[in-house]
Every structure is written in C-alpha cells, then in structure tokens.
Ligand binder design. Structure first.
Ligand code: 2PG
Ligand code: MG
Length: 441
C-alpha cells in the first residue's frame, strides 16, 4: 500500500503548441507525472477534454479549468488512496463525472486521464518495475513488441497543404524478425520519400504533406519510395490507411466528398467501399481505419462483410475506446479491430476494459497516439503490456513521435532474447472474423 499524498497539475504545451495538462503526483516514496495528448479529428462520442473557452488566451484553448479540477475536486476525492488500487482510483474519477452525457464533460477527460496515468506510473516506480511490466496485472512478463504503423504521408485535417482528404498513409513494416529491423526499414523508406519529394512540409504527425492532386497520388508516392529501397512491397512492407472519413462526410447530402482519379467527387458509401477495394491489391493495403463516417454503421457493416477476412478494419471514431459502442460493433460485425486511445475514454481502467472486450470478441487492438502529442511515452508501454502487436504513433520524425519509437527500442533491449516480433501474425484475427487474409500466408 502506498498512499497518494499530493497531486498538482500544470498547463503545458503539446506538439501543436496548444495547451494541455500535465499531472504531478506524490506518494511518500515517489513522484510521478503524466502528460495528456489531444486529437484534431475527434470522434463526436469521445470523452470531452475540458477547454477554458476564454478567447483572450490561447484562442480559447487553455486548460486551466482542467488543471483546477485536478487540484481541487480530484485531489480531494483520491488523496489518501492507494496507488496500487488503480481501479478504485479510476472509479472515483468516473464518479466525479456528473455530465448528463456521461462523457466527463464537466470534470474533463484531460484532467482524469492525467491523474489515472500518473497513478499507474507511481505504482510501477514503487514496485521497481518497468511500466510495461505493471500495466497489465494479468501478464507481468509481456514480451511482444508491436508492428509500428508509421504515418509517413499526412492529409485531411492534419495537413491541409496536401490538398487530399484521406488523413493518414502509413507503412506497416510487418515482414521482419524484430521490432528494431522493422523500425529501421520504416525510417529508410521515410528518408527515401523525403528525397523523392525534395523536401516537403510535414503535417501534425510528422508525415510529409506535399501538394497533391488526388488521394491515389499519395499511394503512388509511397509505392515509389518503397520501390527505391531494398525492401519488398507486399512481403515486408504494407500500407495501412486512416481516411478519417467522418471529416469528409457531408451529413446534409449523405455522401462522402473526396478526390478520386483527380476529380472532386461526391460518392455514396457503396462507391467509397468500391474505391477502397480497388486500392487493396495494387497498394498492398493491410488495414483501413475509419473508412466510413462514425454514424454510417451500414457502410461499416457492408465493408466488413466483404473485406473483413482479407484486411484489418479498425474503428476509431466509430468506437471511441468505449465499451458501449464497441459492443454494438461486435454484435453487428462493423469492424474486426479497434483503435485504442486513452483520452477518448479518460481513464486507464476503462481503456483496459475496452481492450478486454475486444480481445474476447477476437478483435485486434491498435494502440494509438493523438495528433497533438507530448513527450509522454505511456502508449509504448501499453502496447507491450497488452501484447497488442500494433501501435501507431506517427512518422519517425518530431520527437513527440520518435520518443514512443525510442521507448520501444528500450523495451526491446530490456527484454533481450525474450523480445518477440510477430510481424504479419499481429494482423491475424481470431473468431468471429477469422480467416486467411490475402496478404498473410
Ligand atoms: C486518428 C488520430 C491519430 P487525431 O484519427 O487516428 O492519428 O488523429 O488525434 O487528430 O484524432
Ligand atoms: Mg483515426
């Protein structure tokens, strides 16, 4: 037992230069901290990060109210609690949410998450173990390193300069024997792309953001970059997409608006499905996240029915790391994987509960950063702790992204001979969506 003695919070900056929350927590023996990330293409059902809306400061983006909530309501509620009682602390945090939508709208998910993660860090420090050896009480000796989904070309809301609608073009170096080899391959392809583009702006997640005329251009560029390295496209290197389709769905006309074949088009869910299907084979697409709008359940279900045995189909805005929406997705067969973002739900325990539900349903969990990040590397430990086999944390550029990749290098070193890289096997699903996938021999 080790009691929480003091909790403080501060307003700091994230990778976009916007305010975010840092929590500093003290017990008798230790001092821990956690920094909270923030999204741009947020799902409408996400837990709410509290912003000050004081237009005089940071254009309304300040988080002093959330900081205040940590130092008053939360501190009062959890002081004296045991840092080894993660669930107890998280339940207290959840109990402070009095918002009618139960989305932590009044207390702030940025306030709750900072405290929840600082508690986990304090407990690991007190035990004298690495964070990845503490986070999953059912598996204190995890050894699986994740496949990094590296976002090397940015579009959509993260990079307006690219002029394309799909948000993330990621490479998945899955055909390797170790995490560090896979990472190296990803880095070399990123550097090759830089050479081809002769220097281009980068988007929020460090991927390049050149001005393009159509979404397929991004895929062609990546294909070219891989082709100019020694790596085999479709054997070692695959592509994962996050279109973030809610951002280009027009509710009023019930259609998606995006550039296909160089032309801005308005397409139905069915036409969008056919567009994605036409890309899978030529570009070795292994995974598509948020291919459809967060309320287009029928679109998701049709796509998963047709392609769920061939590729990974991830719900991000669709599920928002929330058991309520995941349950519906499992019942209706809307996806075969879920993106896991701690701040979409606001506590570590709720995140673990969601991962448990996904795992039991045979769905893959992909741990994810946000487009607004900090130097906090908790998600790297989380991916290893739960042996999810996949993580997406941006391009191998900008230290808020590379810190996570570097932390995984450290974990690989700590594990030594025991480290496992499952590569393509990390993309295999169990029941009910199981089946041989086209790319996985
Ligand atoms: C996403 C994320 C992270 P954001 O859509 O998956 O890449 O973006 O944090 O802006 O929601
Ligand atoms: Mg997404």
């Amino acid at each position: 037992m080790s009691k929480i003695q003091n909790i403080e919070a501060m307003q700091i900056l994230d990778s976009r230069g916007l305010p975010t929350v840092e929590v500093i927590l003290e017990t008798d023996k230790t001092k821990s901290n956690a920094k909270v990330p923030s999204g741009a293409s947020t799902g409408e059902r996400e837990a709410l990060e509290l912003r000050d809306n004081d237009l005089d400061k940071f254009n309304g983006k300040g988080v002093l109210k959330a900081v205040e909530n940590v130092q008053t309501a939360i501190k009062n509620a959890v002081s004296g609690m045991d840092v080894f009682d993660q669930k107890g602390v998280d339940n207290k945090l959840i109990g402070l949410d009095t918002s009618p939508q139960k989305n932590k709208g009044d207390i702030g998910s940025n306030a709750t998450l900072g405290v929840s993660l600082a508690v986990a860090r304090a407990a690991a420090q007190e035990k004298g173990v690495e964070l990845f050896q503490h986070l999953n009480p059912e598996n204190p000796n995890p050894c699986v390193l994740p496949v990094p989904l590296m976002n090397i070309l940015n579009g959509g809301k993260h990079a307006k300069s690219s002029n394309i609608e799909l948000q993330e073009f990621m490479i998945a170096p899955a055909g390797f024997d170790s995490y560090s080899e896979a990472l190296r391959a990803g880095v070399e392809i990123y550097q090759k792309l830089k050479e081809i583009l002769k220097g281009a702006a980068v988007g929020d997640e460090g991927g390049f953001a050149p001005a393009l005329t159509t979404n397929e251009d991004a895929l062609e560029l990546i294909k070219k970059a891989v082709g100019e390295t020694k790596y085999k496209f479709g054997e070692q290197i695959f592509i994962a997409l996050d279109p973030a389709a809610s951002e280009f769905y027009d509710k009023d006309i019930g259609k998606y608006r995006l550039k296909i074949k160089g032309k801005l088009q308005e397409v139905t869910s069915k036409e969008l499905k056919e567009f994605y299907e036409s890309l899978i084979e030529p570009y070795h697409i292994i995974s598509i996240e948020d291919g459809f709008d967060q309320n287009d359940w029928a679109g998701w279900i049709d796509f998963t029915k047709a392609n769920g045995k061939k590729i990974q189909i991830i719900g991000d805005d669709l599920f928002v790391t929330n058991v309520k929406y995941l349950k519906r997705g499992i019942e209706e067969g809307a996806a075969n994987a879920i993106l896991i973002k701690l701040n979409q739900i606001g506590t570590l325990s709720e995140t673990i509960e969601t991962m448990d539900m996904a795992k039991k349903a045979g769905m893959k969990c992909v741990i994810s950063h946000r487009s607004g990040e900090t130097a906090d590397t908790t998600i790297a430990d989380l991916a290893v702790a739960f042996e999810t086999g996949q993580i997406k944390t941006g391009a191998p550029a900008r230290s808020e992204r590379t810190e996570k990749y570097n932390r995984l290098l450290h974990i690989e070193k700590i594990l030594g001979e025991k480290a496992v890289y499952k590569g393509l096997n990390s993309f295999k699903y169990a029941a009910p969506q199981s089946g041989a996938q086209a790319h996985i021999k």
